[in-house]
Design a protein around this ligand. Structure first.
Ligand SMILES: Cc1cc2nc3c(=O)[nH]c(=O)nc-3n(C[C@H](O)[C@H](O)[C@H](O)COP(=O)(O)OP(=O)(O)OC[C@H]3O[C@@H](n4cnc5c(N)ncnc54)[C@H](O)[C@@H]3O)c2cc1C
Length: 637
């Protein structure tokens, strides 16, 4: 049996990040996939980022993950969503040449030192004394110190097109059956979720002439802090709409929908519903937007975003042909729905290690999420923690005040999810502090310390921090005097004229004035990058809110710092109901903060727990929960 330090099952968005992280951290890693050509394949929409997701990609990049750079290298249109709103809710999105992305990721994985990619199906996990020791595949057995499982939609996948259904992990790819059974056999609680995708159209059969054209941003903002400009030619998308005829075609055929005829029992994505779902649930709407997105340069496949469906093929054609611009559209591949197994994520620690089997980690769609970015973020965290475990180093846990990644993982492992989970800015309490534009300032140091981010990139982030400080000081110290030239400029901005000298910082605080306007009024200090000035602007404009949120973060951290020792006996807590004690014993929260977020745990129970912990040995509370400190050492105990 060949031995590896880490085995990663899956080479999708979670698997690639996990495998690359382990290998880059120096561990001998094996990555298994059902199809060697599918590394980083985009199953559904040809886009990366979007509301709440762009932040995840930027954070991945700041930590040294792969997705941001790969997206930049393959992007054919960049847009910042919510650009007219505040910095806290702005998110980057890019249209991606998905075949190029797939090839890019394949190359990255194949050329990564310490990483071996193998086409083999993981059938069973080998577990001894509660710890994973390897994987049985259809091509032999492999030993491992840690295993990271990232099988996406493949676990017991069942594809639906109308009333037909067949086993599959994605269209034309087989499902993973043995692994799902192995997980069930080990005692993991599982659920079934459902997702779906749109038909793909031949661009040469679309009549673009009357459709609305949508271009990207004039000044594209790449995902990676190390990318300067887009590498590929940038393209347009087009917008069209459904209409009454479309809706009628759907309503007439609902009995042939696997969803509405009762064939699919699994829970679907609320925020990304199928077109049949939209027509039924929003029956008052007389049209729905459809974005026609090219799947790449030089390919004819177009993705009609908004038309996800699992209706039969003849109905899909009726729907398409009722829509302006698509009257003659030819279908290259029909849309479909897929049901698959997920594992209840509350069975995981925030490191994404399972509570049931040591050294076993889950990441991606298996944890109930939907989306490439959510998967990649988890893959990186699981991969890092698997590597740290084997290196006997402290775990890597991002809390809710540090990052979107922290919120995503905390939501999953603490609250769980009964429907496919996707990231949104609204899930993030401290979103004024954790923004897309400052992901490098928040996380680059961690990425560097982990050995994932290069020194050059880390120093770049530190330089930006220094420049920001200088920029802020400059604005504070520099006064502008009232004079005719300045007041004319202010009047043009509909901002009141000056009648006394004020600092540039105070001037920037005015809602009508931005940093560009300031530079037209007074020469800005040289040697400060555009990115740093943008940060300065945000910090000045939101100063009051940021200060308030920083105080909230401090309060939040005070609870997170109160550790709960491993194996803590909740039975000792008198005055708390049996139900809450059982819940806490099952969830095994790492600290008091996490305990407060478990549904059903009351403030009274938390107060009692806090008193108990405060009265017990203070030193044991300050220590990291030993479950995370013991790598190989604990195995030998
Ligand atoms: C039909 C469909 C529609 C979707 N719609 C959307 C959408 O609208 N919006 C959205 O954000 N996301 C959507 N997604 C989800 C998105 O594709 C996933 O969230 C994302 O790809 C999950 O990444 P992952 O790394 O967890 O798994 P995947 O990217 O699915 O990768 C899984 C990997 O595991 C491998 N694998 C599986 N089992 C085994 C095994 N036993 N042994 C070895 N290798 C194995 C596979 O070969 C593959 O490499 C959709 C997915 C599908 C299939």
């Amino acid at each position: 049996m060949e031995n590896f330090e880490v085995i990663v099952i899956g080479a999708g968005h979670a698997g690639t990040e996990a495998g690359l992280a382990c290998a880059r951290m120096g561990l001998k890693t094996l990555m298994l996939t059902l199809d060697i050509g599918s590394v980083g394949r985009m199953s559904c929409n040809p886009a990366i980022g979007g509301i709440g997701k762009g932040q995840l990609v930027k954070e991945l990049d700041a930590l040294g993950g792969a997705m941001g750079r790969a997206a930049d290298a393959c992007a054919i249109q960049f847009r910042v969503l919510n650009s007219s709103r505040g910095a806290a809710v702005q998110s980057s999105r890019a249209q991606i040449d998905m075949r190029r992305y797939n090839r890019h990721m394949c190359r990255l994985v194949k050329h990564q030192k310490n990483l071996r990619l193998k086409e083999a199906e993981a059938k069973e996990l080998l577990v001894r004394d509660g710890r994973v020791t390897g994987v049985v595949t259809d091509k032999g057995r492999f030993g491992a110190g840690c295993v990271v499982i990232c099988p996406g939609t493949f676990l017991d996948g069942l594809i639906h097109i109308g009333l037909k259904h067949f086993s599959g992990g994605r269209i034309n790819e087989r499902a993973s059956i043995g692994l799902a059974d192995s997980l069930k056999g080990l005692g993991f609680r599982i659920l079934r979720f459902k997702t779906g995708t749109c038909p793909r159209l031949d661009k040469n059969t679309i009549l673009y002439r009357d459709l609305i054209r949508q271009g990207g941003d004039k000044f594209p903002r790449p995902f990676s802090f190390s990318t300067k400009n887009p590498k590929l030619r940038q393209v347009f998308c087009h917008i069209t709409y459904t209409n009454k005829k479309t809706h009628q075609a759907i309503l007439d055929n609902l009995d042939r929908s696997p969803l509405y005829s009762g064939k699919i029992h699994a829970t679907g994505v609320r925020y990304c519903p199928s077109i049949e779902d939209k027509i039924v649930k929003f029956s008052d709407k007389d049209r729905h937007q459809v974005f026609l997105e090219p799947e790449g340069l030089g390919v004819k496949d177009v993705y009609p975003n908004g038309l996800s469906t699992s209706l039969p093929e003849d109905v899909q054609l009726k729907i398409l042909h009722s829509i302006p611009g698509l009257d003659k559209a030819e279908v290259l591949r029909f849309g479909y729905g897929i049901e698959h197994v997920v594992v209840e994520p509350t069975q995981l620690y925030p490191t994404l290690e399972t509570k049931l089997v040591r050294n076993l980690y889950f990441a991606g769609q298996i944890n109930g999420t939907t989306g490439y970015e959510e998967a990649a973020a988890q893959g990186l965290v699981a991969g890092i923690n698997a590597a740290l475990r084997l290196q006997n180093r402290d775990p890597f846990i991002l809390d809710r005040s540090s990052s979107y990644i922290g919120v995503l993982i905390d939501d999953l492992v603490t609250k769980g999810t009964l429907e496919p989970y996707r990231m949104f800015t609204s899930r993030v309490e401290y979103r004024l502090i954790i923004r897309e534009d400052n992901a490098d300032l928040r996380l680059a140091q961690k990425g560097f310390e982990l050995g994932l981010l290069s020194r050059k990139d880390y120093l770049k982030a530190e330089k930006k921090r220094k420049e920001m400080k200088e920029g802020l000081l400059f604005l504070k110290k520099t006064k502008v005097n009232p004079c005719r030239a300045v007041n004319i400029k202010l009047e043009r901005l509909s901002s009141s004229p000056l009648n006394r000298a004020i600092s540039l910082e105070d001037l920037l605080r005015r809602p009508q004035v931005n940093i560009l306007n300031i530079s037209a009024i007074h020469k800005l200090k040289s040697g400060i990058s555009k990115g740093a000035w943008e940060q300065v602007e945000t910090e000045v404009k939101y100063e009051g809110f940021i200060r308030r949120q920083s105080r909230d973060v401090e309060r939040f951290k005070n609870l997170e710092r109160i550790r709960i020792p491993e194996g803590f006996d909740y039975g000792r807590l008198s005055g708390i109901s049996m139900e809450i004690r059982e819940k806490l014993s099952r969830f095994k929260p790492l600290n008091l903060g996490q305990a407060t977020r478990i549904s059903g745990v009351t403030p009274a129970a938390i107060s009692l727990l806090m008193i108990y912990l405060k009265n017990s040995d203070a030193s044991s509370r300050r220590k990291v929960n030993p479950v995370f400190l013991s790598g190989r050492k604990s195995v030998n105990k």
